[in-house]
Structure formats: C-alpha cells, structure tokens
Design a protein around this ligand. Structure first.
Ligand code: AMP
Length: 194
C-alpha cells in the first residue's frame, strides 16, 4: 500500500496513550514509505500523526475543506495541501488518493469518515481495506454495536467482517495487506454499478 487515509480526532483525548499511538502510526508510515492522506489539521490526533511523519521525512497530504482553513487548525507544514469546496468533496478526493483507510481514536468526524469508507466497501464501490487501531479498547463499544446490528438483522456478518481491528499498527497493517473484499449479492452489485 502506497498511500493510506487516516481518520482521527481533532482532539487529543485525556489519556496520553492515544497520542502515543498516533505517533507510532506516523513513524510506521515513514519507515515503510507509506504516504499519509488526512484531514489537514495541526490539532489533536491529526497534528500528532502528521508531525511524527514529517519529523521522519515521510510524505503527508492534507485534504481540507475551505471552511476549516483557519490558522489555528490548518497544518502549515505538510508536503502537500489540497483545499476542497465542501466536506463531501473532501471525502471523494481522499478516496481517490488512497489504497486503504485507518481510523484512530476520535469523535463524530472520525466515525463519519470510518463508516463512509465501510459503506463504500459494503456497496462494492470500493474494495479497499478499512481498519481501526483499537488503542486502549477505544472502539470496543463501537464493535459491540456492530455485533448487535448483526444479531438484530441490520448488518451482514460478511460486511461486519470487512472491518480489520488490532491494537497495534504492525498487526493491523498485516491484516489490511491480507484483506480480500467480500463477494457482493447481485442486488447490491446492480445498485453499485448504477
Ligand atoms: P473528530 O473526530 O470529530 O474530531 O473529527 C476529526 C475528523 O474529521 C478528521 O479525520 C478530519 O478529517 C475531520 N475534521 C474534523 N475537524 C477538523 C478540523 N478542524 N480540521 C480538519 N479536519 C477536521
């Protein structure tokens, strides 16, 4: 994988383990020559991740919508910054640039981006691996919710299984490399190709 989108918090969290893992991911990407594509912020988890990569001379592309471009938020030092008109255009731009997606701890924005990536996979619009780095069990309750959706008949087990999970980046990347997309039903295929 040459390029991966990482979704993560514009906040840093109360526990220092989250920042530590953002830095680990940045170092891993730099060491393995994986370009980072992310939200373009200098704040929170986003800033910690981008700074770790830049410090190790890695490649960082920010994709930021014009409305979020304040001095307090926008990273001024990334390898490349792409400015989009809207949040939704930002998502499309990011999806065209990357070979996979990883979510780290975050809030609404992170979950929105994660579930959009999973939905693209579920519909067969994309076949890219989607993973979460489950630092400190941060996503345990999210995963429990997904399992409940399966139990209650709102999510197929095969689609639930698209999501790769690990609490360390080496293992998560190994799972993402080994990922093969589920076969789609005919109905979904028809919708996706329209
Ligand atoms: P949240 O998880 O709600 O903190 O939102 C973080 C995610 O949403 C990131 O992955 C970004 O892509 C996007 N995002 C939210 N706020 C900002 C911001 N101020 N600047 C850039 N991107 C942001």
């Amino acid at each position: 994988m040459k390029s991966i989108a990482v979704f993560c918090g514009s906040s840093i969290g109360f526990n220092s383990v989250y920042k530590a893992d953002a830095i680990k991911v940045g170092c891993y990407f730099a060491q393995h020559n994986i370009g980072l594509v992310y939200g373009g912020g200098k704040i929170g988890m986003m800033g910690a991740l981008a700074d770790a990569l830049l410090e190790k001379k890695g490649h960082v592309t920010g994709v930021i919508p014009g409305l979020l471009r304040h001095e307090e938020v926008e990273h001024g030092n990334v390898s490349k910054m792409i400015v989009t008109k809207t949040m939704s255009k930002r998502k499309v731009k990011i999806s065209k640039m990357v070979d996979g997606y990883i979510a780290l701890a975050g809030g609404f924005g992170t979950l929105d981006e994660l579930f959009e990536a999973l939905t693209l996979g579920q519909l067969g619009i994309e076949n890219k691996p989607v993973g979460i780095l489950n630092t400190n069990g941060f996503f345990d309750t999210t995963l429990k919710q997904l399992d409940f959706m399966v139990t209650e008949g709102f999510l197929k087990q095969t689609n639930r299984d698209m999501l790769q999970v690990s609490d360390n980046i080496e293992d998560l990347m190994a799972k993402m490399h080994a990922y093969t997309a589920p076969k789609l039903s005919k109905i979904v295929n028809t919708v996706a190709s329209k």
